[in-house]
Write a protein that binds this ligand. Sequence first.
Ligand SMILES: CC(=O)SCCNC(=O)CCNC(=O)[C@H](O)C(C)(C)COP(=O)(O)OP(=O)(O)OC[C@H]1O[C@@H](n2cnc3c(N)ncnc32)[C@H](O)[C@@H]1OP(=O)(O)O
Ligand SMILES: O=C([O-])CC(=O)C(=O)O
Length: 373
Amino acid sequence: MTETIEIYKGLAGVPVDYTAVSKVNPETNSLLYRGYPVQELAANCSFEQVALLLWNGELPSKEELAEFEAFERANRALAPEVRTVIDALPTTSHPMDVVRTAVSVIGASDPETADDSPEANLRKAKRLFAGLPAIVAYDQRRRHGLEPVEARDDLDYSQNFLWLAFGEEQAPEVVDAFRVSMVLYAEHSFNASTFTARVITSTLADLYSAVTGAIGALKGPLHGGANEAVMHTFEEIGEAGQVEAWLDEALASKKKVMGFGHRVYKNGDSRVPTMRAAMERMIDHYGRQDVLDLYVALEEAFGGRKGIKPNLDYPAGPTYHLMGFDTPTFTPIFVASRITGWTAHILEQNASNALIRPLSVYNGPDERHVPGA
Ligand SMILES: CC(=O)SCCNC(=O)CCNC(=O)[C@H](O)C(C)(C)COP(=O)(O)OP(=O)(O)OC[C@H]1O[C@@H](n2cnc3c(N)ncnc32)[C@H](O)[C@@H]1OP(=O)(O)O
Ligand SMILES: O=C([O-])CC(=O)C(=O)O
C-alpha cells in the first residue's frame, strides 16, 4: 500500500537552499540580480558588467571591467579540438546538442577541469562566457553552408556575437536589443537548468559536467526550449487572423501554448515588459508590424481564455527571428547568457555544499521473491 506522505511533485513551492545570486519575487513581480532590479541593469549595463556582478556580487569598477573585457576579447576563438568535433557532427544535429557536446569537449580538454578552487572555476566560467558565441555562431553558419567568421577584438561582446553570426556589423539598435536579451536571460534563481547544475556540483563533479547537464535541462520546451517553440507556433499560426482557429484546436487537443505560463510568476513574468519593448524596437527597425499583430493576437486570445500570461521566451523568440537567427539557434543563445547564472550558482554551491539527494516514496510492488530463491 502507498504511504500517505505529502509529495511535492516537481518540487513546486519547496525552498531547497538559500541563494544570494538573485531574487525572484512573484508578489512584487520583480527580479533582482545581487539586489539590483533587472530592468535597471538592462537599461544601464553591458552584459559584461552583469556577468561580473553575478560572479562577484558587486558591479565592477572601471579597472575590473577593463581587465575582464580584455580577457573576454582574448578568449573568443573557437578551439581547434572543439571545431574538429563539431565538424564531425551531422548538420542536422540540434544546435543544443552541438553546444552541449562542445562544452563536454572543452571539459575533457581543459587541464584545469579537476581544479575546483573558486579561482579556477571563475577562470573556467569566464572562458566559457568568452567562447560560447563562437560555438553558437559557427554551428549556425555551418548548417547554412557558410564559412566561419573570425572574432573581432575591436567589438564588444554583443557586437561581436552578431558579427560572428552574420559576418556583418549590425545597427546599434539591433546590438542593444540583443544586449538587453542577454541581460534578461542571465539568471533566474533555482530554475530547472540551474538546479541541475547545482545537483551535479553537489556531488563534487567539475564545473563542465554541471554546465553540460544544465544545457541538457535547458533544451526542453518547458524551459529554455520554449523560445524556439514560440517561433514554431508563430509559423504554424501564420498570421493574426488565424489565431482564434489555431487556439480552438490547440486547447481542444490540450496542447501547451509555448512561451506562456511560469512555475513561479503566476501574474506575468517581470522580464517581459523590458523584452517586449526591445522586440517592438526590432519590429520598427525591420518594418514587421505583422509579427507584432500576431504576438498581440495570441497573447490576448490565450490570456482572455485561460488567464495565462507570457514568459520571457515569448518576446525573445520573435526578437531573435527578426534579427535573422535561425529558430534552433535561439536556445543556444540562452545558453550563452545563462552561463553566467549557472556558474555563479556553481560557485555558490561549492562554497556551501551539501549533497542534493531528496527522498522518494515507493509505490511499486510489495516485497516478493524470485521463484526458487
Ligand atoms: C525561461 C523559461 O524557462 S520560462 C518557461 C518556458 N516554458 C514554456 O513557455 C512552456 C509552456 N508553459 C508551461 O508548460 C508551464 O506554464 C510551465 C511548465 C512553465 C509552468 O508549469 P507549472 O508551474 O507546473 O504550471 P502548471 O503546468 O501546473 O499549470 C497550471 C495550469 O495551467 C495550465 N498551463 C500552464 N501553462 C500553460 C501553457 N503554456 N499552455 C496551456 N496551458 C498551460 C496547465 O495545463 C495547468 O492546467 P490544469 O490545472 O488544467 O492542469
Ligand atoms: O525560473 C524558471 O523556472 C524558468 C525561467 O524563467 C528561467 O530560467 O529564466
